[in-house]
Design a protein around this ligand. Structure first.
Ligand code: NAD
Length: 261
């Protein structure tokens, strides 16, 4: 069972898109550090339920709630349910849900552009707004952590929608950090490099392709979801109380490498 010695004991966390990948590792880590965690998901509940079982099996507290983060009504219903189930407002939000699909700009259907912006950027806005409303109303401090990407600063051919969403997330985060810091609500970004998760299934399946990416990373390897989760857990903890409006790059040095892609 989590104890009061754990850095996130008593915190009420919500991690969007946390049935898989970085979100799943983050939900597990926050729970291990003592937080009660909402595992948000879309689609079939199986993976979210198995994440909840894993957390409970390790003595943590978690609950799966379905909601499409790009849908205002579903986001509001999710936060209302979280408030009721956890007995107080979310004070630790991780905006992690994200999608990508490559298109050159000349071939990019508006629908695909809109989808990526809606999930990656509007979803972060909707969840940030609900979390901030809850914390402001209750007069409590908290943290909002966005999982952006090295592509909040590195342009990536065929992913202009994704880069626009992650670059947008950077200035959205910094602007809202200025608005909410006076209330003790901290906003920060964690920017992963290449991490082996379902979003990078092609790198998992294709050793040659993975090697080409690894050659572009100064540390010479891809990252693990747990390494992103660890950064998020620290940024959420009281030790990071003075960190506001920054992006922490967790990328094996990828942002130092100008040849990347
Ligand atoms: P992933 O595909 O495992 O995780 C994305 C999650 O978001 C999935 O569980 C998916 O179901 C969920 N999701 C998609 N649309 C949603 C919606 N409308 N509402 C709620 N949830 C939704 O891949 P991942 O690598 O774990 O990605 C997590 C985040 O990390 C994403 O924002 C991604 O852009 C970012 N990121 C990943 C990498 C990497 O190399 N893996 C690098 C940089 C940034």
């Amino acid at each position: 069972m989590p104890t009061n010695n754990e850095p996130l004991s008593g915190r009420r966390a919500l991690v969007t898109g946390s049935a898989t990948g970085i979100g799943r590792s983050t939900a597990k880590r926050l729970a291990a550090d003592g937080a009660s965690v909402i595992v948000n998901y879309v689609g079939p509940p199986d993976q979210a339920e198995s994440a909840v079982k894993e957390i409970e099996g390790e003595g943590g507290r978690a609950l799966a709630i379905a909601a499409d983060v790009s849908n205002e009504e579903q986001v509001q219903a999710m936060f209302a349910q979280a408030l009721e189930e956890l007995g107080g407002p979310i004070d630790l939000l991780v905006n992690n849900a994200g999608i990508e699909k490559p298109f050159n700009v000349v071939d990019m259907p508006l629908e695909e552009w809109n989808k990526v912006i809606a999930v990656n950027l509007t979803g972060a806005f909707l969840c940030t707004r609900e979390a901030a409303r809850g914390m402001t109303k209750a007069g409590i401090p908290g943290a909002i952590i966005n999982v952006s990407s090295v592509h909040e600063v590195i342009p990536w051919r065929e992913f202009s929608h994704y880069c626009a969403s992650k670059g947008g997330m950077k200035l959205f985060m910094q602007t809202v950090a200025r608005e909410l810091a006076p209330q003790g609500i901290r906003l920060v970004n964690v920017a992963p490099g290449a991490i082996l998760t379902p979003i990078n299934q092609d790198l998992i399946d294709d050793a040659e392709k993975r090697k080409a990416v690894e050659d572009e990373i100064p540390l010479g390897r891809t990252g693990k979801p747990e390494e992103i989760a660890a950064a998020i857990a620290w940024l959420a903890s009281p030790e990071a109380d003075y960190v506001v409006g920054s992006t922490l790059f967790v990328d094996g040095g990828m942002t130092l490498f100008p040849k990347f892609i």
